[in-house]
Ligand binder design. Structure first.
Ligand SMILES: [Zn+2]
Length: 273
């Protein structure tokens, strides 16, 4: 009898252990939600955590898209849906990806967020007087040699930094990122040169990328598409960085080049994987 009770208690313990396992497992596998802003700006969120990439910029040159004023205000004041951002990532210093004013405003309004970006972006922020009030520990500068990868855990989020050169701008320091959230791996390449030379040594084809966010010209370009298919091999290709007024034309070109790809053109368009 005692042995039988012991056995039942044992089964009970296994049951508790298994339900704890499936709870953790389902929290990790719940999927990720992406909210598009403009250009290459996106908010990724899952399980109460958020990662904002290339989303804090102002109107740049003519022809470049920008979020609506109400979205920009919500970003700067860290209001929903931008109130649970843990990590702010910026691929490079160009004005259609980054501006010191909205990034400083967001970091001041949202004390839980940490910025990880290139030295050039950090230097540009340090030259902006209102950013001097930010604790230095929340501004993490990383320089990555092209072709190298570096894994970090920040605020409990796994992020991998990729040394990827900017197409046509060799002096601009440039990073790509792989973010792990909600059991998914999302790649953001910024304005990277999508060439065999830049991507082959990273071996992202062995990294099980669920979603690859790529400039629209890389998805429509024949040589670049070969690089995506051979060296990235994502489950879902997403094209973005579409000029103001080019939405219809670019969506058609992306669909013709890669029928399974999605194009992000409308600000606040939200997708789930
Ligand atoms: Zn750029």
């Amino acid at each position: 009898m005692a042995a039988r009770i012991g056995l039942i208690a044992g089964i009970g313990a296994i049951g508790v252990a298994m339900s704890a396992f499936s709870l953790t497992h389902s929290a990790q596998q719940q999927g990720i939600s992406l909210t598009f802003l403009a250009n290459e700006g996106v908010l990724l969120s899952a399980g109460g955590k958020g990662v904002l990439i290339d989303g804090l910029f102002l109107k740049y040159e003519r022809g470049y898209a920008v979020p609506a004023d109400s979205t920009l205000a919500a970003l700067q004041h860290a209001r929903p849906p931008f109130d649970s951002v843990d990590l702010v990532l910026v691929t490079h210093r160009h004005g259609d990806h980054f501006h010191p004013a909205p990034i400083t405003a967001h970091l001041r309004a949202n004390p839980r967020a940490t910025l990880i970006t290139s030295r050039q972006v950090i230097d540009s922020l340090r030259g902006y007087a209102p950013a001097r009030a930010l604790p230095p520990g929340r501004l993490m500068s990383r320089t990555m040699r092209p072709g190298t990868r570096r894994r970090e855990v920040v605020s409990g989020i796994n992020v991998e930094l990729l040394g990827l050169p900017h197409g046509g701008h060799p002096r601009v320091e440039h990073l790509g990122y792989i973010i792990e959230l909600g059991g998914r791996r999302v790649l953001h390449v910024g304005d990277a040169d999508v060439s065999e030379e830049a991507f082959a040594s990273l071996r992202l084809d062995t990294s099980r990328i669920d979603v690859a966010l790529l400039p629209s010209w890389a998805v429509t370009g024949r040589k670049e598409r070969r690089v995506i298919e051979r060296w990235i091999r994502p489950r879902q290709v997403v094209a973005f960085h579409v000029g103001e007024g080019d939405a219809g034309k670019t969506e058609r070109a992306v669909r013709a080049a890669m029928p399974g790809a999605i194009t992000l053109v409308r600000s606040l368009d939200t997708r789930r994987w």
